[in-house]
Design a protein around this ligand. Sequence first.
Ligand code: GLN
Length: 526
Amino acid sequence: MSKFIFVTGGVVSSLGKGISGASIAKLLQLRGLKVNMVKCDPYINIDPGTLSPYQHGEVYVTKDGAEADLDLGTYERFLGVEMTRHNTNTSGAIYQTVINRERKGEYNGTTVQVIPHITNEIKARFTPFEKDYDVTVIEIGGTVGDMESLPFIEAARQFKLERGWANVMCVHATLIPYIASAGELKTKPTQHSVTKLREIGLEPDVLICRSERTLPQSMKSKISLFCSVPVEAVIEAKDVPSIYLLPENFERQNLTDLIIKRLNLKPKTKNDGKWFDFVKKAIKPNKEITIAIAGKYAELHDAYKSVAESLNLAGMSNDVSVKIKYVNTQTDNIPSSLNGVQGIIVPGGFGKRGVEGKIEAIKYARENKIPFLGICLGMQCTVIEAARNLAGLKGANSAEFEAKTPYPVITMMKEQKEVKMLGGTMRLGNYLCELEKDSLAYKLYKQENIEERHRHRYEYNTEFVEKLESVGLHITGWHKHTLPEIVEYKDHPFFVAVQFHPEFKSSPMNPHPLFDGLVKAGLRAK
Ligand code: GLN
């Protein structure tokens, strides 16, 4: 029978619940078990697709085109399991399903209520992987005590009752603050948070205690006594220099064995330690390069989470520490702020704000032969820059770019022109792309057909393809010979821009070929 691990959080948000859950999942996977993860977000938006990056950071895109929380990126990077729409749930989506059912009369005249109708729908979403996976780790977003997350916790309580204690366990992530003036670590917030969790019916089996300092054994014993959790289940989660060190940190405290015993799991292998060794070696690199991410959310690093992680992971595989310089294309001086970098990325984005700076950055990369990777809007800006280069269109107003009359070289996709509704108006998820054999992309991917994830409304207007070939901008990847997916300059050491989002597919020991190529080119440029 499949087993379930709930991960909740207490005291404050941003405790790294997602990373803790992913670490637990990784440890079980390293013992040969099949593990998947589910995220439950308590907000009412149907998905984060329409949320501002200022509120929610990056929108992660799954292969089947779901727009999801960035935690799914963490899950995928840790586990190497491709996420789908079944890995992500919001209160909004759950209520929508129930309300649609009610409108169809499927509840036969009964009063539709949070218990049982909403909680039943939540429970149904805990189990999409039970047939194919040994364990599902379910992260419940928000902080225990929030009104919004109550139905999820109530659903977890019912689920545990139905499935039985032996099949379901609860991990609670909490904070042990250090009070400098007292020179002490404090357990009271954790005690309160566990009390709150019990009040609403869940009993923690494990406490993941986030703290800046080492938890002495006496402190673990105190937490154990007051929170009624066995002392060996009080796990210290001290800040680590790399999130990929966390699994080994947990392993050292015997957390994996504890979970295996508690859920009576049957591990298929021993952990061979290769993953741990890779991470330990990779975080002490001998070389260093700086890559600029030139976008409009330079101050908000979560907006470029997967891009940054893909660079980090490519660095880890190449014995390089990749320092990221976030350049604000709206307010920073370009090109002077790009001086001295070994590579430039213009990432995806929406809206015309900062577009002129992105075009400037691309011009700088092209003219100065700086390794360059353009992503989605970054590819569209590459096409505009080529057009300006060709036609001396320097005065062209970027306002035209994403306004109602798009800039001529970038046009709204035909299918998108007809859709008016908010959300679901984009080309989302995996699409095939065929690579030209004589291209940088082919050299990097080492295969002709690739599949990558998309999230866009606009495309390179193919009326201009021949004209822009004359300034050297070649299309080296196509979708069904009709939609340009990749452009390159050949008289450049490394210049590639793609309509898709390669940043969603990286993991330790498996860096994405484009990021791997960029980091290698950056090293050569040093
Ligand atoms: N805004 C552009 C479009 O819709 C680019 C989107 C993106 O970069 N993800 O096509």
